[in-house]
Design a protein around this ligand. Structure first.
Ligand SMILES: Cc1cc2nc3c(=O)[nH]c(=O)nc-3n(C[C@H](O)[C@H](O)[C@H](O)COP(=O)(O)O)c2cc1C
Length: 224
């Protein structure tokens, strides 16, 4: 397929949307590269933002970068482009996570475009979960959305939730006892509003530091 070069304003807009993605401790561990005249945007993990104690296998880092990649695809669809990602294209460079070729979307457009308003509205809620059940229709929609991405959404039942919560509480104890983990967390905690790292704005008083809001006893509940 012929190359349709990306303009600088378009690339800027796509990346501005991509980087609103969630990331562990809001470390934003990604780097985007566009080479002038090309139709491809490359995504790299940023080793200077890794967390060796809390995320030694880079699983959290990869989740954040995956979310940024998804935002990029949504933004491309909004701008009438179809994004074709190629994951891990460079076996010799583990930090090169994906390259995304952007082609014109064609007359029918790309259905991901409907998600574009949500890209900047989405935010992490750290408030306790309510006792309100998530309606089964919404769970069905979430399952279908996951399946479209080649994933399976597992909604934990009661015993599963208890097991996960126990693991969470145990790991929190281990982490609290580990000075190196505490030091790592401290480097990402900021006061007030924070462009990167976690600010104190919007965090309820009962969560003095970033912890999982794992207050439910029965699944699945809605967060406000
Ligand atoms: C892999 C991953 C792990 C996260 N872990 C936690 C967590 O343990 N506790 C928490 O409150 N938020 C957690 N978050 C949410 C981030 O702190 C949040 O995405 C980041 O501060 C940016 O804020 P935003 O999501 O409102 O844009 C996690 C996010 C990701 C991607």
């Amino acid at each position: 397929m012929p190359t349709t070069p990306l303009t600088r304003p378009l690339v800027t807009s796509l990346i501005e949307d991509a980087v609103t993605a969630p990331s562990m401790h809001n470390a934003q561990p990604w780097r985007f590269v566009h080479r002038t005249g090309g139709d491809t945007i490359e995504l790299y993990g940023d080793p200077s933002r890794e967390m060796p104690r809390e995320d030694p296998d880079h699983r959290g880092l990869h989740l954040g970068c995956g979310a940024a990649l998804f935002n990029l695809r949504v933004a491309a669809a909004h701008h009438g482009r179809h994004a074709v990602p190629r994951l891990l294209p460079a076996p010799d460079d583990p930090w090169r996570l994906a390259e995304v070729k952007l082609t014109p979307a064609g007359a029918e457009g790309d259905e991901l475009a409907v998600l574009h308003p949500a890209v900047r509205e989405r935010h992490t809620s750290r408030f306790p979960f309510t006792e309100q059940e998530v309606p089964s229709e919404i769970l069905a929609e979430l399952r279908a959305a996951a399946a479209l991405e080649g994933c399976r959404l597992v909604v934990p039942g009661a015993w599963h939730t208890d097991t996960v919560l126990n693991l969470v509480h145990t790991s929190e104890l281990f982490e609290a006892a580990d000075e190196a983990v505490r030091a790592e967390v401290a480097t990402w905690m900021r006061g007030g509003a924070a462009d990167e790292g976690v600010g104190t704005e919007g965090i309820p008083d009962r969560h003095p530091r970033e912890t999982l809001t794992a207050g439910t006893s029965a699944p699945p509940r809605a967060a406000p």
